[in-house]
Design a binder for this molecule. Structure first.
Ligand code: MBD
Ligand code: FE
Length: 308
């Protein structure tokens, strides 16, 4: 069976290109550049030509995701797996491969209707060292673990779980049983999936959501980069949905703020890798208090020590 090896690139659609360029470089520390095109720019976080194409599409949402397979054989095998699962895909031509800077490419929709791409052979620019948009203490954690993680909208979480396990070869399970403050008695059971050493690469919460993407996680390898980004976000008074805290699944120190498109970015790091065995939690280790509701993670993550 062919398996996806990493979440390699994303297409983001935005309405305010200038705000995104400034935010990406000065708040997140990404390398922002363009190739002379007026309808898009690129964001880089390592040697790969780009990890993000930011399109002037006005969607203020995720426009597509790119999943990597190891090489030509796995690419062909993945096409057979999609056929066997009854998923209609489109083989892309040379121009479309060049647009994504990959050797081969197919496009289709995942069970939640999210535009999804499978590729092999990304362009890696080893002659061009990563140059962050602002000072960083350390680095983004990418490499074989891909660009980070995201929560992706799904109408049927069980159907999505089956697709990402049976067709993509990922593994995962429900990892939390969480209280929903606005709906007493309701327990949210988010599913987290991994395909490499990263604890999770994609997660599904289920239920209606205004956008395909709930949040995108940027992992840094130095706790001082979490602190620096946190200071910059606080100084700019960007809304912080969940304050600093530590997750029970990946043990990372993170916080969630709102980007210029109105959806969430989670910045954090210095945790643990995938354990490759299922476990679940009722609470995060500490923190992640909801400071400003309404951005899609209105869940009780912190244990209440005033109880009893
Ligand atoms: C995560 O990265 C996350 O976003 C949530 C909600 C819970 C655990 C880990
Ligand atoms: Fe997350």
């Amino acid at each position: 069976m062919a398996v996806v090896t990493e979440l390699g690139y994303l297409g983001l659609g935005v309405s305010n290109m200038a705000a995104w360029r400034e935010y990406a470089a000065q708040v997140l520390g990404l390398q922002v550049f363009d190739e002379g095109e007026t309808d898009r720019f690129y964001m880089r976080m390592d040697y790969q030509h780009h990890r993000y194409i930011v399109h002037n599409s006005g969607t203020d949402d995720l426009d597509y995701l790119g999943w990597r397979v190891a090489g030509p054989e796995e690419f062909d095998e993945m096409k057979r797996q999609l056929e066997a699962a009854g998923v209609e895909f489109r083989q892309c031509d040379a121009a479309e491969c060049q647009e994504r800077r990959v050797l081969d490419l197919i496009k289709f929709l995942d069970p939640g209707g999210n535009p999804t791409e499978i590729y092999h052979g990304p362009l890696i620019d080893y002659h061009k060292p990563f140059h962050p948009g602002r000072g960083m203490h350390g680095r983004f954690v990418t490499g074989e673990e891909g660009l980070g993680h995201l929560i992706l909208r799904q109408t049927d979480v069980q159907k999505a779980y089956r697709f990402y396990t049976d067709v993509f070869g990922m593994r995962g399970s429900i990892e939390y049983h969480l209280q929903v403050p606005q709906a007493p008695g309701v327990i949210a059971k988010p599913v987290f999936m991994h395909c490499n050493g990263r604890d999770h690469t994609v997660a599904f919460v289920g239920g209606p959501a205004p956008k395909r993407i709930n949040h995108l996680k940027f992992e840094v390898d130095n706790i001082d980069d979490v602190g620096l980004t946190h200071d910059i976000v606080r100084d700019r008074k960007l809304p912080v949905h969940l304050g600093l805290g530590k997750h029970s699944n990946d043990h990372m120190l993170t916080f969630y703020h709102v980007n210029p498109s109105g959806w969430l970015v989670e910045v954090g790091g210095v945790g643990r890798k995938a354990t490759h065995q299922s476990e679940y939690y009722e609470y995060d280790m500490w923190g992640h208090d909801n400071e400003e509701p309404g951005y899609g993670l209105d869940l009780r993550l912190r244990y209440d020590w005033s109880k009893k």
